[in-house]
Ligand binder design. Structure first.
Ligand code: ADP
Ligand code: MG
Length: 723
């Protein structure tokens, strides 16, 4: 291993920035060239067929056989003209990755070779999917699952294959992926929001949720990565003493991007724009070797697909640049982790952002309506929202003094706080005929200052940022769909109830605007405890939140439990997102994923500690012993005092490691014997995982003692400072 470390460092020293081919044309010339989008479709199929595709996208209508045939044949012609020979249904099973099953266009019919791609093959495919997580659904019912085309996300070419975005469901119709429930939640929020918009503007017939995910990541050199078995197996370093210099100087954030990294970024961004992904900003992040990429926001389902695709693409392009991308939420202890900030809003078919305040009174009421409803939704379902960001990786990050705590709260800024305070104060306002209702209600003008969104709080998990909410607590490796499914569902539910309550008042002859304000006032008062404007990273907030009765659930097995609550089941059932069975299956899968991750980490820790660290420590200790003996032979006993102390210290740490590795292994065995997923996950979390820290402490101490030349693992200072 020691050899591997130094070999890796040698190759890093010889690295040059990889060349990138800069485009000779403006980006707009090749933007989306590897995507079979609506424009390409419109040009190549009949207008009748095109209309049917559009209504399938907008209204979720089924696509008939002839239309599917028309699209598939146009798609095939387009793809083969670009040298593509295979197609695949691209889907997002409940793992961290995407999945594909490749089929060739090429076929032999009556002894003749032809290229074919029928509409039926576009619309539906049966993957050999028995190995994807299914939480027992397919064991008890049907052994098969199938994928079905999602026409709202365009097909694209990746790795020379035509990829068709699809949902993945069991043969009996239960969803087994991230996309199917997300599409349902988006339909639910569309319906509920349109119904509310009916109070304001009859032209609003369609509401689209928008998402702009800012993706943080670390880059490490590929050779160094390969010399760290923990990075390979677990995606994070399980050992490693902090370097003399970490992020305390904060010199990385505003520093220039190293040329190797810059070229990597240019390269993947070029591929991304060809795939129709609007990536725009790139910059360094706070930690050394940490970066961020942020696309312009898009329709939520498309943005989720693009984010997952972008992560794939980055992994692929990184190979060419001798990098590995770390999407893990906490690859390095003592250094900031990575998140995926989910910027979310709702927009109308008339081109309005419903969360954008305006200086026109009437539009302000729309803004206020949606703004307050979102806060109420987060208040009512804070625990469920917390469940969506639970993962083994994110457990290290949340509440680690660098990321929002595990407590859900909403930040709205001073101006809007004052506005809601004002709203709450004014009791039931009486509006007479001829009154300016907006003036009377005190919502005639929201100060312009809002439109300049400098009022920021980076410590809040859920912050209003001028014209959108930013859900900052989502983990960098996670599929945003989980969070977006719940967010859109709970907003749909809150809007639905809101509409019912306003309607009730209108029936009693309360003026519409007054009824709306009355319910908003009530919602604002009721959801007050979820609002927090100060430092979310502070100890004070933890105490304050406890007083307010807000949950602070720090670990995944417990946070996931919220998916099983009565409220969660009811809201999912009502909006047709998950049946109980689907929800339970999903819960099982998530627990299982958690257990597997911790199990792998436990094994890696055991292996590295016992087979790499201890032998190295003993070898070094033997050298010291020889030295002490030599001194003694020369009659220099007194010279060896401190060396003897070191020898004792090494023994102490070796002993700790041996004892704790054995105890950890024992606890793993105990955990494995537990029958229920939840018990097992809790045992892994509470009985196995604590040893990770004690073992790490001893190993990191040994790193400081043992001769640098002998140390087998690439050190933090070598991993973190890219050149
Ligand atoms: P910053 O937050 O750094 O000031 P921006 O205001 O441009 O920068 O927004 C950051 C992220 O928010 C970007 O990824 C952007 O696409 C996204 N975003 C902006 N407006 C919306 C919106 N209406 N809906 C969803 N995401 C949005
Ligand atoms: Mg952000």
């Amino acid at each position: 291993m020691a050899h591997l470390r130094f070999k890796a460092l040698d190759s890093v020293n010889q690295r040059q920035a990889e060349k990138v081919e800069m485009p000779t044309k403006p980006i707009s010339d090749f933007y989306g060239e590897n995507v079979f989008g609506l424009e390409a479709m419109k040009k190549t199929i009949s207008s009748g067929a095109y209309k049917k595709v559009i209504s399938a996208i907008e209204k979720g209508e089924k696509i008939d056989g002839p239309t599917a045939d028309a699209v598939s044949s146009a798609m095939k012609a387009w793809a083969t003209s670009k040298g593509v020979t295979h197609y695949t249904h691209w889907f997002q099973p409940l793992t961290d990755a995407t999945a594909e099953k490749h089929d060739a266009f090429f076929d032999v019919e009556d002894g003749r070779a032809i290229e074919k791609f029928k509409g039926s093959a576009l619309v539906q495919q049966e993957p050999d999917a028995s190995s994807f997580p299914n939480g027992g659904i397919r064991n008890t019912f049907e052994a098969r699952g199938y994928t079905a085309w999602d026409p709202s996300s365009p097909a694209f070419i990746m790795n020379g294959t035509l990829c068709i975005p699809t949902i993945f469901v069991s043969y009996t119709g239960e969803s087994l992926d991230y996309k199917a429930p997300l599409l349902k939640a988006l339909a639910a929020v569309d319906k509920a929001a349109v119904a509310v918009c009916d109070y304001f503007d009859k032209d609003i017939t369609k509401i689209t949720a928008t998402l702009g995910p800012e993706q943080e990541y670390f880059l490490v050199d590929k050779a160094l990565y390969q010399a760290r078995p923990d990075l390979i197996m677990a995606g994070r370093t399980v050992f490693g003493h902090s370097p003399a210099k970490g992020q305390q100087l904060e010199d990385h954030y505003f520093g220039s991007i190293p040329p190797r990294v810059q070229n990597f970024m240019i390269d993947f961004e070029l591929e991304a724009v060809k795939l129709g992904m609007p990536v725009r900003t790139r910059h360094n992040e706070v930690a050394p070797s940490q970066f961020e990429v942020a696309p312009t926001f898009e329709e939520c389902n498309l943005a989720v697909d693009h984010n997952i695709l972008l992560m794939d693409l980055m992994n692929k392009v990184a190979e060419r640049h001798n990098f590995k991308v770390l999407f893990h939420e906490k690859p390095f202890a003592g250094i900031n982790g990575s998140g995926k900030h989910n910027n979310w809003s709702l927009s109308t078919n008339t081109g309005k952002n419903l969360l954008s305040p305006s200086s026109k009174p009437k539009e302000n009421l729309i803004f206020l309506t949606f703004f307050v409803n979102v806060i109420k939704a987060v208040h009512d379902y804070a625990d469920l929202l917390r469940a969506t960001i639970a993962s083994a990786g994110n457990d290290h990050r949340l509440g680690a003094n660098e990321a929002p705590p595990a407590i859900m709260s909403v930040f709205i800024g001073q101006t809007l706080t004052e506005m809601l305070d004002e709203l709450e104060k004014n009791g039931n306002v009486k509006v007479d005929k001829g009154d300016n209702v907006y003036m009377k209600l005190g919502i005639n003008k929201i100060p312009e200052i809002l439109l300049d969104n400098t009022d920021r709080n980076r410590t809040s998990p859920f912050a209003f940022t001028g014209n959108k909410f930013e859900f900052r607590a989502v983990g960098s490796a996670m599929n945003s769909a989980a969070a977006m499914t719940v967010l859109n569902t709970i907003v749909a539910e809150t809007l639905t109830k809101f509409k019912e309550e306003v309607d009730k008042q209108i029936e009693k002859d309360v003026k519409k605007e007054v009824a709306i304000i009355n319910v908003l006032r009530e919602y604002s008062v009721k959801s007050k405890k979820i609002r927090f404007e100060a430092n979310g990273y502070s100890e004070d907030w933890v105490k304050e939140a406890e007083k307010r009765g807000l949950n602070n659930v720090k670990t995944t097995p417990h946070a996931l439990g919220f998916y099983m609550s009565k409220e969660a089941k009811a809201v999912f059932e009502k909006h047709d997102i998950y049946s109980d069975r689907e929800l339970e299956a999903r819960y099982e899968i998530m627990l299982e994923n958690y257990v597997k991750k911790i199990q792998i980490e436990g094994r890696v820790i055991g292996d590295l500690a016992s087979n790499h660290i201890i032998p190295t420590a003993i070898a070094y200790q033997n050298k010291l012993i020889t030295n002490v003996k030599g001194l003694k032979d020369l009659g220099l006993d007194s010279e060896s005092k401190s060396t003897i102390e070191t020898i004792k210290e090494i023994s102490k740490y070796i002993k700790t490691i041996q004892v704790d590795v054995e105890a950890m292994t024992e606890e793993r065995k105990n955990a494995n014997n537990l029958e229920h997923g939840k018990d097992k996950a809790i045992a892994y979390c509470e009985k196995v995982k604590p040893y990770f820290e004690t073992i790490r402490y001893a190993v990191d101490k040994l790193e400081l003692i043992v001769d640098n030349e002998e140390w087998p693992l690439v050190k933090y200072r070598e991993l973190l400072f890219l050149r």
